[in-house]
Design a protein around this ligand. Structure first.
Ligand code: RAM
Length: 898
């Protein structure tokens, strides 16, 4: 009796609980409680959690924003709307350096309401005048360029209510207050087109200040600004001198304010960092450490006066993207000696960051740490593929007991290190490797019954972690590490599934627009580290410059953020304008193009296995694709004239393509996988030629023994084109192919990241040419998009972007018995978990609150489908091979016989 009673109470409690809704994950400009933004009309977003209740939709919301004095600055009336993303602030003008608090109350369609906890956002320094700080740097630098230190003592004689430090640098900085590091960000201020704009960071340093004497200091590194960087290892791309701009705005409890800012009263010297370069590595000499240099007690009388730099402040902008932070820490998995006698540690994962270690020895003992991604065929430490990047960190001991070393203002891409000059026995437990990358929230996971595919997913994610370091880079280890536009565009959609790359790309796209040439062409790398303008850097390569259109559109689909399209619209249009201006009779067949970069070739290509796709044919496809995306953007933004103009242009571009490259029967003049995949994905062919093109593509793959032959521009589209046109079986065969070339071949060879080339390590163990052979290049990881969107089947409806409308449409194949994908959409978690079990297909789905979804359950003939054991109501839009069901938010359990 008692037991039953408790069970009853428990059930009731469960029901009461499930009847509640919650409103959570409040974001301002897509950031959680940002310390400083400079958007004058920031956008607020939140998530609803409907608990166990199904079909929860927001029906209304009400926002309230208050300032530091608790005065209401915006409290509009309740709005009847299901909008929970990007609600624009429209209150009274937000003030420089002020902190604001906001709440939201929401109502749902079940008559429930919920109020959020408070969220905050701070405003940055909105005008150049708000910077009281002056740019300062060292008076003179030694030729070897040790890292300058800059410091100043100051007094705090009242109770501090709030202190915000605004900091940036020409070069890189690391700031300290009273001996403690300010924030946990690395490689700040990050990389933007420095000749046009520089981001500053803001930190709440209230707790770092102390009553009485205080000190603030910063060390500087050369970084992207003036270091050795860019192809041909250029240097001083943006300037010769490095400098610091730092300002602490203090508000005391009594309401008075004070500012501590860089000026010529600051002192400068150098310390233990004797040298630091992105590509080259660093030298730290612990004997030169200036102990306590950023504490108040330090005596700086021997230091020189800092020098004021006459640089602008009107190009300073608040940080949009998540800063670079430390993430996973790896222990040594193996220590070994190579045939050459090198002492090597293996961290088990190709990663990007650096190694930290403990050691004790004599003053002047010198340890050199070198970095490598692979061992060569003979098992020796291999660094040839780093080209001119030395990637070496040198540490000189002070001799004072146990010392800990960690490099600064540099990073390396590596799995192995070689240790030279280590005093005594190397103890692996004294070494760790730290992965460092932009601090984007993880969003997705994909796993299935095939362990090799799970390793592929792991490698895709690590390719992303290694190359999303403030900018999207091609590779993280050699003398390159540049924002290659083509690589970024092919991987952009996949990247959204693994991490929240919304602000990461929003920030980078601003530099795309800023560095775009006046004729609309785009430099090959952004920021334009090649030349800051033409002609040596060049640009305008098909599939690379299309980053201008493809990435904004992908971000719009993934995040539903119209502002990205608004901000990028002129840049998109300019790029299409460039292609048009270079075309004759609507055919764009001039210019230099990378083409289907690194497509499959063999040295002994006697049977013509190399599948060469005409560069101009590819260019024409991208011309059409970018024009289509421009039309899409114009439609979203209501630019009807442009929709009309570019729709006409698109028809002409496709017409020219058909005339030039396609026979009346549909044979494409480059009879390659890339040509057919692009033709299908970009809708280059009339309806009546599409099926046969897909057939030709599938045949082509079969002819190559179920191998792909594609490079950077064909690979991302291959499996999608196949599965879309009824050849999912061929797509799965490609995915599961283990022989070279394939996605799984590198995995068989022990890869822990995606390689730049299909054959980075040849079947006989030989390594590809050192001149271009990175083992951490995300481009081919673009298959991740197909795995999430087609195999697991989680996608946004394009007419309801940002997963406001969701599609769950799994594709069964590849002998997988189970696939599970979870994806953190802007509205909350969506899941598709399917398994094939005892002749049944079972699909567990999660749909977040305030969204709706169509779930497609794969069915044979008219097999019955149940949900939670009950027959389902079919949606009107049935498609062959699937039963469609429309659902609201909630958890669903579908089942059907196979
Ligand atoms: C290589 C880069 C990059 C590619 C260009 C064309 O140097 O690594 O991946 O986009 O070439």
């Amino acid at each position: 009796m008692r037991k039953t009673f408790f069970l009853f109470i428990a059930l009731l409690a469960g029901q009461l609980c499930s009847a509640q809704i919650k409103v959570q994950r409040l974001m301002t400009e897509n950031l959680v409680n940002p310390v400083a933004i400079d958007a004058l009309g920031p956008r607020f977003s939140w998530q609803l959690d409907g608990g166990q209740t199904r079909g929860v939709m927001q029906t209304a919301y009400q926002i309230k924003v208050t300032d530091e004095a608790n005065h209401v600055v915006w409290a509009p009336a309740k709005v009847s709307s299901d909008q929970s993303m990007y609600v624009n602030y429209q209150g009274s003008a937000l003030k420089s350096g002020q902190k604001y608090t906001w709440h939201v109350k929401v109502w749902d369609n079940h008559g429930k309401s919920a109020e959020s906890l408070p969220a905050t956002f701070g405003m940055g320094l909105l005008k150049a005048d708000d910077w009281k700080a002056q740019w300062i740097g060292p008076a003179r630098e030694e030729a070897s360029r040790p890292s300058p230190l800059l410091r100043k003592g100051f007094t705090v004689n009242k109770k501090v209510k709030k202190a915000i430090a605004f900091i940036t640098a020409h070069g890189l900085y690391e700031a300290h207050i009273n001996g403690k590091r300010v924030g946990e960000d690395y490689l700040t201020p990050g990389y933007t087109s420095y000749n046009k704009r520089i981001q500053y960071q803001a930190y709440d340093v209230t707790n770092l200040l102390q009553p009485g004497a205080n000190a603030v200091g910063a060390s500087l590194g050369s970084g992207w600004y003036r270091g050795v960087y860019g192809i041909g290892t250029r240097h001083e791309i943006y300037g010769k001198d490095i400098s610091l701009l730092l300002q602490i705005n203090i508000t005391y409890a009594d309401g008075s304010t004070a500012t501590v800012a860089t000026d010529d009263s600051w002192k400068t010297s150098t310390g233990e960092i004797r040298y630091a370069e992105i590509y080259m590595g660093s030298t730290t000499d612990a004997r030169k450490e200036q102990k306590g240099w950023s504490t108040a007690a330090f005596n700086d009388s021997g230091w020189s006066k800092a020098v004021i730099g006459n640089y602008p402040k009107d190009d300073l902008v608040a940080t949009v993207n998540e800063p670079v932070k430390k993430h996973e820490i790896f222990k040594v998995v193996k220590m070994f000696t190579t045939p050459k006698g090198e002492k090597v540690l293996d961290f088990g994962q190709n990663l990007v960051g650096w190694v930290k270690f403990k050691v004790s020895g004599k003053a002047g003992d010198k340890i050199v740490i070198s970095h490598a991604e692979v061992m060569d065929k003979a098992g020796n430490f291999y660094t040839d593929n780093l080209r001119d990047a030395k990637a070496q960190n040198t540490f000189i001991l002070s001799g004072n007991g146990v010392e800990t070393f960690e490099p600064q203002f540099t990073w390396q891409g590596f799995r192995y290190i070689r240790i030279e000059g280590y005093p005594g026995d190397i103890k692996p437990e004294d070494f760790t490797a730290t992965a460092v990358y932009s601090d984007m929230a993880p969003t997705g996971s994909f796993s299935c019954s095939n362990p090799m595919i799970n390793q592929l997913q792991h490698n895709i994610q690590w390719g992303q972690k290694g190359n999303f370091l403030d900018i999207p880079t091609d590779c993280p280890q050699r003398d390159e590490r540049l924002g290659w536009t083509g690589d970024a565009q092919v991987f952009s959609r996949t990247s959204t599934f693994n991490m929240n790359t919304h602000n990461f790309f929003a920030k980078w796209l601003k530099d795309v627009a800023l560095d775009q040439f006046s004729d609309g062409s785009l430099p090959h790398v952004i920021p334009d580290a090649f030349d800051n303008g033409r002609p040596t850097g060049g640009g305008g390569s098909a599939g690379w410059s299309d980053a201008t259109t493809i990435i904004p559109w992908n971000m719009y689909l993934a995040y539903g953020d119209k502002q990205i399209l608004e901000n990028q619209y002129n840049s998109m249009k300019a790029w299409v304008g460039f292609m048009k201006s270079r075309s004759h009779n609507n055919l764009w067949n001039v210019g230099d193009h990378f083409g289907d970069w690194l497509f499959y070739t063999r040295n002994d290509d006697n049977d013509g296995s190399a599948a060469i796709t005409s560069k101009y044919l590819i260019a024409q496809c991208f011309y059409a694709h970018s024009t289509q995306l421009l039309i899409n953007a114009a439609q979203v933004l209501g630019k009807t004239d442009d929709v009309e103009t570019y729709t006409k242009l698109l028809a002409d571009v496709k017409g020219a393509y058909l005339r030039e490259y396609v026979t009346p029967n549909g044979l494409i003049s480059s009879d390659t996988q890339t040509a057919y995949a692009e033709a299908l994905e970009f809708d280059m062919l009339p309806e009546n030629l599409r099926e046969q093109a897909a057939g030709r593509l599938a045949d082509n793959i079969r002819r190559y023994g179920n191998h792909l032959t594609t490079g950077f521009l064909g690979t991302p589209y291959l499996c999608d084109a196949l599965s879309k046109y009824g050849h999912a079986d061929a797509a799965f065969r490609l995915l599961l192919q283990e022989e070279y070339p394939s996605w799984l071949y590198p995995i068989k060879m022990g890869a822990t990241t995606i390689w730049e080339r299909w054959d980075g390590i040849k079947p006989d163990g030989e390594l590809e040419v050192p001149s271009m052979n990175s083992y951490n290049h995300y481009a081919y990881g673009a298959i991740g998009d197909w795995m999430y969107r087609t195999v697991a089947g989680i996608d946004t409806k394009s007419e309801q972007p940002g997963y406001k409308g969701i599609t769950i449409k799994p594709t069964v194949g590849g002998n997988f018995t189970q696939v599970s994908a979870d994806y953190e959409t802007p509205y909350g978690k969506a899941s598709s978990h399917w398994k094939v079990e005892n002749g049944n297909f079972v699909l567990d789905v999660v749909i977040p609150a305030n969204t709706t979804a169509t779930v497609y359950i794969p069915t044979k003939g008219d097999s019955a489908v149940t949900e939670g054991g009950k027959p389902v109501t079919k949606a009107a839009d049935q498609i062959a091979g699937y039963t469609a069901v429309n659902v609201g938010s909630g958890n669903y359990h579908f089942s059907t016989s196979m």
